[in-house]
Design a protein around this ligand. Structure first.
Ligand code: XMP
Length: 314
């Protein structure tokens, strides 16, 4: 349990003897791990830690504001890079999932790199399961998706990696976060992929598709919260498909977008079961999406587990 393993938490002494009076930088994703890593280190080295949050324009509705507000309460020295137009311009016309990931990863690294000044350390929220998984038993040809993590930061940055959570499991990280006063919106969030909504829009990404998906996602997630289902699900989200479907609106034929809702239960994301959400609940969400979001006439629910499907569609 967390209590038995409290000795593996990185102590103030260990942090200060490692970093001394050097400066450190941390990329904040909005997820639990990077936020806890940053909060923990900042408690020891204060303003010598600078946190960078990249708003890539691929985030969910109001997400950038929510993350910066939540982190501001922790007095983190936070720089927000507003880069949505850079990302969207580079993604224009790109439909291939791996190309999208590569562009997003590369752009992220470029922007992050441009913010490095005299920092010597890179703080990263690597957890114990990540340490184990990174021993890639399958070999590089077996990589299924190129995950966009700070772990891939180029060697030329010459930053020393400092991973204060590398002996901890997720539940222990949440416990540390709780003790450090991180808000529950950050601690209890579902995982969200680095490439964001880009891998939830099948095919080319446009501003209007992003806006449509943001509205749909917000309905799904807020309904999960109001039905007290959010915390029983490991991850839930909506996907905008590239197919259009025929529907009927009043007396007229419609030809509009199709949404797939996905909710899974998992321990670590390596395998996952589709969640058996109540039919009444799915009916409510479907009706609300079609009634409230202009341009959607069909909602489907993904009943695939991992394997053989992956959690994300791209
Ligand atoms: P898949 O789709 O591979 O997803 O079954 C497993 C978990 O990883 C998340 N995911 C990512 N996270 N960068 C990330 O940081 C990525 O490129 C990425 N791709 C998938 C996904 O949301 C799920 O939780």
């Amino acid at each position: 349990s967390s209590c038995d393993r409290s000795e593996v938490w990185m102590s103030h002494e260990k942090i200060t003897t490692s970093i001394k009076s050097e400066k450190a930088i941390c990329a904040i994703s909005g997820g639990v791990d990077s936020a806890v890593a940053a909060a923990l280190v900042s408690k020891s080295i204060h303003s010598n830690l600078r946190c960078v949050f990249v708003d890539n324009g691929l985030l969910r509705k109001n997400e950038a504001e929510q993350v910066s507000d939540a982190l501001q309460t922790l007095n983190l020295n936070l720089t927000v890079i507003k880069a949505s137009s850079t990302f969207l311009t580079r993604l224009k016309g790109v439909a291939d999932p791996e190309r999208k990931r590569k562009i997003i990863g590369k752009t992220f690294i470029e922007l992050f790199e441009s913010k490095i000044k005299s920092e010597k350390f890179l703080i990263q929220g690597t957890l114990y399961p990540d340490v184990i998984e990174s021993v890639n038993v399958l070999g590089p040809s077996q990589i299924i998706k190129s995950h966009h993590n700070v772990g891939g930061l180029p060697k030329r940055m010459k930053l020393k990696l400092f991973e204060p959570l590398r002996e901890l499991f997720k539940d222990e990280v949440r416990e540390v976060g709780k003790r450090l006063g991180l808000p529950s919106e950050i601690l209890e969030r579902h995982p969200f992929p680095g490439p964001g909504l880009a891998v939830r829009i099948i095919g080319e990404i446009t501003k209007s598709k992003l806006n449509l998906l943001r509205e749909v996602d917000e309905i799904f997630i807020s309904e999960l919260r109001s039905a007290s289902l959010y915390h029983h699900i490991w991850q839930a989200f909506a996907v905008l498909l590239s197919t259009k479907s025929v529907g009927v609106m009043g007396d007229n034929r419609s030809y509009e977008n199709v949404i797939a809702l996905r909710a899974v239960n998992s321990i670590d994301g390596m395998t996952a079961d589709w969640s058996k959400l109540p039919h009444d609940f799915l009916a409510t969400v479907s009706t609300k999406i079609v009634n409230c979001v202009h341009g959607v006439n069909r909602v489907t629910y993904d009943i695939s587990s991992k394997p053989p499907a992956t959690i994300e569609w791209e």
